[in-house]
Design a protein around this ligand. Structure first.
Ligand code: GLU
Length: 613
């Protein structure tokens, strides 16, 4: 799930690329690199080859030791890595040079057949420096260049000009790659080429300049028009943008679209971390759900009502949101919806029919395992709806009903405001289905106000900070919830695991006595989320059962209870209580991460947009 960036135009490329990579860092931050066309003589177009620099670690930490940005250049590419093949080292970092340094290449994806390809290339005498699958692409392109040369001699054909030859070699090599891959190549003549099959690639265009990137956010400050590359397409830029179909090599029309990126400011705005800032934006994102354009709903609701099966699908936090959306569809929409984790849908493939409907909430709209499912759904003619935060995403493009969350950029790798937006949307959707859209909107407006008051009371933060200090010392933390709060405790679990690196376990309160009760003993912390709903008595029974075995109970509820050792009060917002209840859990995980001195916005080992499988 690396980030790819390329630039060509009048601005100073290394600086633009560095800025773009910083905005892409949520996609991977173990190492990074930039390659530029070196223009030693300013003001002249004399190109003197490619200069390349790579570093380990996050970009923010290392810019001072970086020298390429002091060079002047109009063209270059960059990459921020989340390693899949080969350890974290400068050699394995991208971009990778060709043997003769005539081009440099960066990749997002996994070459699934890299071992076979590498074996073959080794036999042919190619040498490898890194352990990556990426270098296999580089050597394969070199091999294709040699092959093209040979063909021309053999057939006595005129030699293709250098740039065209490289383009042809990239196309031929790309066709041999298995897996979901996107590559970007910088040629020493200043040409940038990119090919896509799976991982995202968007092109931002202005007069006389182009930006190529894994997302629109990275070039948001500069661009109004974008071209979204589809799978199987290749683009090249040398003052002019050319698009071809990779398989047939036929030219394609470059269709640009206007995109509204104005709410894409990336700034902590005085907060210590993006995570805290983004939690504070929850009231705004809930109000954005209310302020949607309702035109899309009419036909969508009809389809939902007549669908044979409704599947909600997502991965990680979006998978939990998908489950909560299905909950609201069942409870308020009376729709038999079922949620499935993106990576776990194999057994459903044969069952999917054109009478089914699939709903995918996603922050990036690029999650590889969900996209793979949607591509299968597409082939089987299912109706697809998505609820995506990133403008111009693949998921949005392949959906019949592309809903947008308009939550603004979410920079912290741990999702908070986008999760809140996704479940608020699920709630409103269910209310629209039941013919109570006005009631739903009123409830969400009220919820936005209540969350705002909650977030702006210092007392709530003090309580959670104190609790975070205690919980940060524990090895295991249990969370109990039922009915509307079951997914909420699961998401609380995810946030604690991501932020605090502490083992947490979200237990369905009703299932406690069937297994997890064996783990209850003196001092074990159990966070219970309790609402005034049909499940309340069952949850209280579970609380008493853990309490009887010595557990320390932390209650998140609108009313105190005799069994709570610690009480975290939350306002009762009725039908939207679950959405309210996620806020203290997100804050708790935040304060735990801070207490433990972790890199809050970039937890170890994970990246935000998982575009590899
Ligand atoms: N497979 C490449 C590597 O490990 C790219 C990884 C990615 O896109 O996440 O360097």
């Amino acid at each position: 799930m690396c980030g790819i960036f390329g630039y060509s135009g009048p601005k100073n490329a290394p600086e633009v690329i560095l800025e773009g990579l910083k905005r892409l860092e949520y996609r991977g931050y173990d190492s990074w690199g930039i390659a530029i066309i070196s223009e030693e003589c300013k003001g002249q177009s004399a190109k003197s080859g490619i200069k390349l620099e790579k570093r380990i670690g996050a970009i923010g930490d290392l810019t001072s030791h970086f020298s390429l940005n002091t060079h002047h250049s109009s063209t270059g590419i960059g990459h921020t890595r989340w390693a899949t093949h080969g350890g974290i080292s400068e050699i394995n970092a991208h971009p990778h040079f060709s043997t003769d340094k005539s081009f440099a290449l960066a990749q997002n994806g996994i070459v699934e057949n890299y071992q076979e390809l590498k074996k073959d290339l080794l036999k042919k005498g190619y040498k490898f420096e890194s352990e990556t699958d990426t270098e296999v692409i580089v050597r394969l392109i070199e091999e294709k260049l040699v092959h093209l040369e040979g063909e021309n001699v053999l057939r006595n054909k005129a030699r293709l000009p250098g740039g065209e030859r490289l383009k042809e070699a990239i196309r031929a090599a790309f066709l041999e790659l298995e897996g979901r891959n996107t590559i970007i190549v910088l040629a020493k003549d200043g040409q940038i080429m990119a090919a896509r099959n799976g991982s995202p690639l968007v092109i931002g265009i202005n007069d006389g300049e182009v930006f190529l990137s894994s997302d629109t956010l990275s070039f948001a400050p500069y661009v109004k028009k974008v071209v979204v590359l589809d799978n199987g397409q290749m683009v090249s830029y040398n003052g002019k943008l050319d698009l071809v179909d990779i398989r047939s090599n036929k030219p394609l029309l470059c269709r640009s679209e206007r995109i509204n990126l104005k709410s894409s400011k990336v700034d902590k705005e005085g907060y210590d971390h993006f995570m805290l800032k983004e939690i504070f934006e929850s009231p705004y994102v809930v109000s954005q759900v209310v302020n949607q354009d309702y035109k899309l709903y009419e036909d969508f609701v009809k389809q939902l009502k007549k669908a044979e099966n409704v599947y909600t699908i997502g991965s990680g936090t979006a998978g939990i949101a998908a489950s909560q959306i299905a909950f609201y569809l069942r409870v308020f929409g009376k729709i038999k919806a079922e949620s499935v984790i993106g990576a776990d849908i194999y057994e459903y493939y044969e069952l999917l029919t054109k009478d089914d409907l699939m709903i995918a909430p996603s922050q990036s709209g690029e999650t590889a395992d969900v996209l793979e499912v949607l591509e299968i759904a597409r082939k089987k003619d299912l109706k697809i709806a998505s609820y995506v935060n990133m403008p111009g995403s693949t998921m949005g493009r392949i959906s019949d009903y592309p809903f947008a969350s308009h939550a603004g950029p979410e920079i912290c790798v741990m999702s908070t405001k986008v999760f809140t937006s996704q479940i608020a949307w699920g709630y409103l959707l269910a209310k629209v289905i039941s013919g109570k859209s006005e009631e739903g909107k009123v409830n969400l407006k009220k919820l936005a106000e209540v969350i705002d008051q909650y977030l702006n009371s210092g007392r709530n933060h003090d309580l959670l900070k104190k609790l975070a200090k205690e919980l940060a010392k524990k090895q295991h933390i249990f969370l109990l919830g039922k009915y509307q709060n079951l997914n909420i405790v699961k998401e609380g679990m995810v946030k604690i695991i991501e932020g605090a690196y502490i083992h947490a376990h979200g237990i369905p309160a009703g299932d406690l006595k069937h297994y997890a009760i064996t783990l209850m003993e003196k001092g074990v912390p159990v966070v219970v989320v309790l609402s005034e709903d049909v499940a309340k008595d069952d949850v209280i029974n579970a609380v008493n059962q853990v309490k009887a075995r010595g557990a320390t109970v932390i209650g998140i509820s609108s009313k105190p209870h005799a069994s709570f050792d610690h009480y975290i009060p939350v306002p009762d917002t009725g039908e939207t209580s679950a959405i309210m209840n996620i806020i203290p859990l997100q804050l708790l995980a935040y304060y735990m991460a801070v207490e433990l001195g972790h890199n809050v916005d970039k937890p170890r080992n994970i990246a935000k947009s998982v575009t590899v499988k």
